[in-house]
Each structure stands twice: as C-alpha cells, then as structure tokens.
Design a protein around this ligand. Structure first.
Ligand code: EPU
Length: 428
C-alpha cells in the first residue's frame, strides 16, 4: 500500500493550476445516461473515483472513451440497469446513477450504499424525491429497485435534518429532466456542482432554471441529446492548495481558481491572516488567477461547516490543521457530518492540541507540529495530514494514501513542483 514521506519545514512558491472538480464530474458522468446522443466532458480529473464511475457506466450499458482529461459517454445498451454492490461499495457516489437510470430506462437497480468512514450517510431524501415523481421503490437483496412507467413533475421539499443534499438534488433533478410537466425542488442544494450538472442537462436540450439556488424549476422534456461541456474547477482542491501555501508561509499563484465558489473559505482565511488576491482581470470569477500569501503569525478563527454557500465540510480538516499554528484558540463545529473527525487523533500524534466535544473541536493554537507516522482515515483528512506534515518539524509518514488518490490528482507531485519534499513509496 502506498504511503507518503513528507519533509517538514518547507516554504511553497511558484504557480500551479487547479484540476477539474471530482464532485461535479461524478454526477455529470451519471447524467450522461439521460442523453440519447454523445456527451463529452472536458477537464475530468484522472482519479480512482472517476475510473470507478467509468467502470460502473460501462457495466450499465454505456461506452466510455477517455482522451487525456476528456471523457466521452454514449448509451449502447439501454436494457442494462444494475449498479452492483461490488462497485457501489468502492464509491458511494455510485448512487447518482439512480435518478438518470430510472428516468432514461424506466427501472434502476442500485446497491444500497453501506457505512462510511465519515459517518452515517443515508439516501432517504434521494428516494423520497424520486417517489414524489411517481417512482415505486423497494429494497431487494440489498439493492434499491426504482421503477416508473412515466415520471410526473411535482413540487418536492428536499431538505433533511442536516439541510440540503448535494447528490440527492442531482438525482431528483436528473429524473425530473425527463419527467412529464414541471418539477419544483425546494430546499435544493445550492452547491456549484449541482449547477454544473444542470448546465450539462441544459446543454443536452433540457430546461432547468434556478440551479445554484434553493429553488430549482425543471421543465421536463421528452428527449435529451448531445452535449460538450468543461467541468468547473475543484473548489476543494483549490482551497487545499491555498491552505498548503499559507501553512508553509509560502507565496503561490493558483490558476483556474474558483474564487467565487470559495467566498466562505476566503472569508475565514482572511480573518486568519491569509491573503488570496485576484491577479487577473478576467470576467470569470469562478475560474481565475490568484496569489496566496500569509502573515507570519496566523490568527485563530471560529468556523462551522454548512451547506453551500457556507463553509464546506470537505475543507474542515485542512483548516483545522492550519489553525493548529494560529496564535490562540479556534473553535471548529461540524454540522454536516458530526463525526467527521478521524484526523483529530492523527493530528494529535503530531503534537496538535485538540479537544473534541461532540461535533465541536477546540484547537489550542500556537503549537509547533512535529513529524510522526500517521494513518489517513478518509480523503480530506489525508490532505490535512500532508499539510500538517509540510508545516511540521521533521519527517511525517502518511499511510493509506489511497484515500487521498480518490480526490487529488498526484497531490505530492503538484506540491513538489512548488518546492515541497514529498516522496511516495510502497509501505507494505
Ligand atoms: N443526508 C440525509 N439524507 C439523504 C442524503 C443526505 O440525511 O438522503 C444528510 C447526510 O447524512 C449529510 C447531509 O445530508 O449529513 C449532506 O449530505 P449530502 O447528501 O449533501 O452529501 P453527498 O451528496 O452524499 C457530497 C459530496 C461529499 C460532500 C457532501 C457535502 C460527492 C461525490 N460527494 O456528498 O464529498 O462532503 O456532498 O458537501 O459529491 C468528499 O469529496 O470528500 C466528500 C465526502
């Protein structure tokens, strides 16, 4: 199993570009099932989750061709509709084929996703939304089986106990795109990844308005066709790179940076003493160039994870690592996945002073992190450990980096190009 050896005490400098978004690519690839033509997606990052989605689409009757970062998808066998446990257990995002399969093929059989390292991740809202459109849903041998002769538009409230659902909104929106009549989703997820999927469906000939807001209006059409679209930049990768620059007291230029998708993050970073300035005059605030620098003394901040446009849960671990170095105590509250704290015990092994009480962690700042062997437990936590390793004194070994490879394209190579000293090796 691969591990990373991270040399501490480096200072990052130089320029790097942000990859296309994993969490937009996955539901967009699934949405391609809705099309009777050819869907080409550009700037899809080459990650293990993306290859899993390619494998899944191939198993359910799609041809998938890749050319560098372009992925072209076309349905070849519309009778196929079973997303099996073997794949779903490797990637929970497989659930996002449910709505597209149901709408395009009248029946979908998708293995119910199981437990997850970051906590309970139910799919009840996905199912309730599809039922509201007229689907019948049953559980058979661990598979969710959804059927409908014709889906019918309606008004659906899709909020749950933790707010909106990103992939649930994508699933219901995809199904409604081919339903008869108009669907209104209230309490829809506003994440840019949902808006990206809506843009793709509209490019195929769909009629979706309001995606990116809590009220999405979908006018069903009878058929969807070809589309060619570039995936949005990955706001979580962008935020991770900005924090890496700040934690190493670096000076880094980031291109393809989704500035306006990160306003809550930039707000907290600015309070902590990290400057992220736009350095271009382009008209695309969600795809621009920035320079990241930081004050020598970082300040503590309070932050709470929330659905978009609030502070994202997928950047909670990384900012916690940064705040270990701030001069004072910070408070981190996790409202999306109250148990998403696998990194807390590992950061503690590196000398961080963290006190957890339920969904809240007090970070006692001002500590010098010290390199140690640590174990990545999930994707974003792994990134946080690498950031901590670069800021630490001495050497850190991060084990189980397969978690990292699900969401970052060779992060160590990208950081090494900025002056980091990170080596990948086989730790078996
Ligand atoms: N929830 C329910 N019922 C549902 C669905 C969700 O109660 O039917 C709850 C969840 O348990 C959670 C909250 O609602 O407390 C939000 O979950 P959401 O459905 O929005 O999560 P997701 O769509 O399954 C995506 C990302 C996650 C990211 C979350 C939240 C993808 C592939 N995954 O998951 O990304 O954390 O949104 O922003 O888009 C990651 O990339 O590291 C990652 C975990």
């Amino acid at each position: 199993m691969d591990a990373l050896r991270v040399q501490g005490g480096v200072r990052l400098s130089g320029t790097t570009s942000v990859d296309g978004s994993k969490n937009a690519s996955l539901p967009a690839m699934a949405a391609a099932i809705l099309s009777q033509g050819t869907v080409r997606l550009r700037d899809v990052p080459p990650l293990s989750d993306i290859s899993n989605m390619q494998r899944l689409l191939a198993e359910i009757g799609c041809s998938v061709d890749t050319d560098d970062r372009d992925v072209t998808i076309r349905t070849t066998d519309p009778t196929s509709n079973h997303a099996r446990y073997d794949i779903v257990r490797t990637m929970r995002a497989s659930i996002c084929v449910l709505g597209p399969l149901l709408a395009a093929r009248g029946e979908a059989r998708v293995s119910m996703p199981g437990g997850c390292a970051i906590g309970d991740r139910p799919v009840d809202l996905h199912l309730r939304g599809l039922e509201a459109l007229g689907a019948t849903i049953e559980l058979d041998g661990g598979d969710i089986v959804a059927r409908a002769d014709r889906l019918r538009g309606t008004t659906i409230f899709l909020g749950g106990p933790f707010g909106s659902t990103v992939l649930g909104t994508a699933n219901v929106m995809c199904a409604a795109a081919l339903a008869e009549g108009t669907t209104i989703i209230e309490s829809a997820a506003c994440e840019p990844e949902v808006a990206c999927v809506a843009d793709l469906i509209n490019a195929m000939g769909g009629d979706i308005r309001g995606a990116g807001s809590p009220r999405i209006e979908i006018h069903g059409v009878s058929e969807l066709g070809d589309a060619d679209m570039t995936i949005i930049p990955d706001r979580i990768v962008a935020g991770t790179l900005a924090m890496a620059a700040a934690m190493t007291n670096g000076d880094v230029q980031l291109t393809n940076f989704p500035h306006d998708h990160l306003l809550a993050v930039l707000d907290r970073l600015s309070l902590a003493g990290v400057q992220v300035e736009r350095t271009d005059d382009s008209q695309h605030p969600a795809r621009c160039d920035v320079r990241v620098t930081s004050a020598r003394r970082l300040q503590p901040v309070l932050f709470t994870t929330q659905p978009y446009p609030g502070y994202p849960t997928d950047l909670q671990a990384q900012l916690m690592a940064l705040l270990c170095m701030a001069e004072g105590n910070s408070i981190v509250t996790e409202r999306i996945y109250p148990d998403r704290f696998l990194h807390v015990s590992e950061l503690t092994r590196m000398g961080a002073k963290l006190i957890r009480n339920g969904p809240t962690v007090v970070v006692q700042g001002g500590c010098q992190l010290i390199g140690a062997p640590v174990m990545a437990g999930d994707l974003r936590g792994s990134a946080a450990l690498i950031l901590a390793g670069m800021a630490a004194r001495g050497e850190t070994i991060v084990h189980r980096v397969y978690h990292l490879d699900r969401g970052y394209v060779r992060l160590e190579a990208q950081l090494n190009a900025l002056g980091a000293g990170i080596e990948r090796f086989n730790a078996d």
